[in-house]
Design a protein around this ligand. Structure first.
Ligand code: SAM
Length: 286
């Protein structure tokens, strides 16, 4: 949804931009190119993303800076009020999905990790979550964050498994063995997709992070264009309701009565984009 983000940004002040989900720096680079007088601060919780994007964007000198941080702690950023654009492209990056050792992908084998910051030992890995949760808790995680219809069956199979589930391939094999063939055929997607999504959201406390981020923007930003691109209904709902509340409180106005969705060309090019929704809010417009 990059071109929609750029077009929106162009219509308002954009001298100080915060890219709250830097990833590989694709959005930041496009902003730096399109708005030659703008400065961009990129933040990401993944130290590898910070390293790779700093390398990619080093030619922009002082116009680009980066910080390894969770956006749930945005209120700690000095001068947050001074940003006139805040952009968040939520979820997991292609880089994270493509490196097997990160454990995000059901298409490649690797350790079942899924932490967006693999250096943070205080966060349990997906494998540890499966090992240390009871069947009911696991089923609840799969239902809430993956809308997985077969949550209960899969959760009990996880707990019945004789050997610990420590790899992505091990988890995929368990799901394939557990769900009847006709069910798998009818799913219309990879049978492990919802389980992987649910574990990733739970491991990284993505809902809590988003809630905390929305509170900080509400409390600390005075005048800014706020743009969110989200990829599942739980996130989109939180954003939609927060924007409605902000508008009711007179903090500004919703710019997207209906969320923007990707063009046909974009979904052809990028499978992940098919579920993207873009919502924008203008704080304290006059
Ligand atoms: C979809 S990718 C962003 C891709 C980016 N727009 C680009 O052009 O490369 C999402 C990024 O957000 C980061 N992320 C997710 N949750 C985060 C959080 N709570 N705090 C900081 N970064 C987060 C992930 O590590 C990932 O790199």
């Amino acid at each position: 949804m990059l071109s929609e983000v750029l077009d929106l940004t162009e219509s308002y002040s954009h001298s100080q931009i915060l890219d709250g989900t830097l990833g590989l720096g694709g959005y930041s680079e496009a902003m730096l190119e399109r708005f030659p007088s703008a400065k961009v601060l990129g933040i990401d919780r993944d130290p590898e993303a910070i390293k790779l994007s700093c390398e990619r964007l080093k030619n922009y000198g002082e116009r680009f800076t980066a910080m390894c941080k969770n956006f749930g702690s945005l209120s700690e950023i000095e001068g947050l009020k001074n940003f006139d654009v805040l952009v968040f492209d939520l979820g997991v990056s292609n880089m994270q999905l493509s490196i097997p050792s990160r454990g995000f992908s059901f298409n490649t084998d690797g350790p079942l990790d899924m932490r967006m910051n693999p250096n943070d030992d205080s966060v349990p890995t997906a494998s540890e979550v499966i090992r240390n949760s009871d069947s009911e808790t696991l089923a609840e995680i799969l239902r809430t964050y993956g809308e997985e219809r077969y949550a209960k069956i899969i959760a009990s199979a996880m707990k019945r498994s004789l050997s610990p589930i420590t790899t992505t391939a091990g988890l995929v094999a368990l799901i394939r063995e557990t769900l009847p063939q006709p069910v798998q055929r009818k799913m219309g997607t990879h049978p492990a997709r919802r389980v992987f999504q649910a574990l990733r959201i739970y491991v990284n406390r993505e809902t809590e992070e988003l809630e905390s981020l929305l509170r900080s923007i509400h409390d600390d930003c005075e005048s800014a264009l706020v743009i969110f691109v989200s990829y599942h209904s739980l996130e989109d709902r939180l954003i939609k309701y927060a924007f409605r509340e902000w508008q009711k409180e007179g903090k500004g106005k919703i710019l997207t009565r209906h969320p923007l969705t990707p063009s046909h060309e974009e979904t052809e090019r990028n499978y992940k984009a098919r579920s993207a929704k873009l919502r924008a809010f203008l704080m304290n417009h006059n």
